[in-house]
Design a protein around this ligand. Structure first.
Ligand SMILES: [Zn+2]
Length: 188
């Protein structure tokens, strides 16, 4: 199975589990975010026109099919950088689809400066690494001994902490993805 199809099946699995409240919250988030070209091309014109106002409609119905690509996109997000092996195992063990293997090229994500797993689509944009909890702060990444910034610890201290107990700081331990080390590839 190609990884795009695997991601689609995983996304549907989680979409079906969303409560009405969770779905509403995700759609409301969409109205506040930039619209990615890859999502725009999947959306119905009505949804695009609504997005351009940056306000969800007052009578938002999360089950309306015009919002489905938004939800599918959000359900894929935690899996888009995952290895083919991880996707195959997740399909078998969680989704219940007996797939032999998943194939296709991984997106070219960047290695986290702390843990080395490829968890970032871009660096320096304040995204958080799901493996170690590093928040990609461009100033801290340029000055690796400076503790002032998004992380509360310097980049070099974060690396020591990750080696010692598996996260950039003890506070971040609770936020990291327990599957992260299995899910993402390592290296440059
Ligand atoms: Zn990391």
């Amino acid at each position: 199975m190609h990884r795009e199809e695997a991601l689609e099946k995983i996304a549907w699995h989680y979409l079906k589990k969303l409560t009405r409240e969770e779905a509403t919250e995700l759609i409301v988030q969409f109205f506040k975010e930039p619209l990615k070209p890859s999502l725009r091309e999947k959306l119905n014109i009505t949804a695009i026109i609504q997005w351009e106002t940056h306000q969800p409609p007052p009578d938002l119905k999360p089950g309306n099919p015009i919002y489905r690509p938004i939800l599918i996109d959000k359900m894929k997000r935690p899996f888009r950088g995952a290895t083919n092996e991880y996707l195959a195992e997740h399909l078998r063990q969680v989704v219940g689809i007996p797939v032999d293997k998943v194939e296709g090229d991984l997106p070219k994500w960047l290695a986290c400066p702390v843990c080395g797993y490829r968890t970032f689509e871009v660096l320096g944009d304040w995204d958080t690494c799901p493996v170690c909890g590093w928040n990609s702060d461009p100033v801290q990444e340029a000055m690796p001994d400076d503790p002032t910034g998004a992380n509360g610890v310097s980049l070099n201290q974060a690396r020591k902490n990750f080696a010692e107990f598996g996260a950039v700081s003890r506070e971040k331990l609770a936020e990291i993805d327990p599957d992260g080390r299995k899910k993402y590839p390592r290296g440059a």
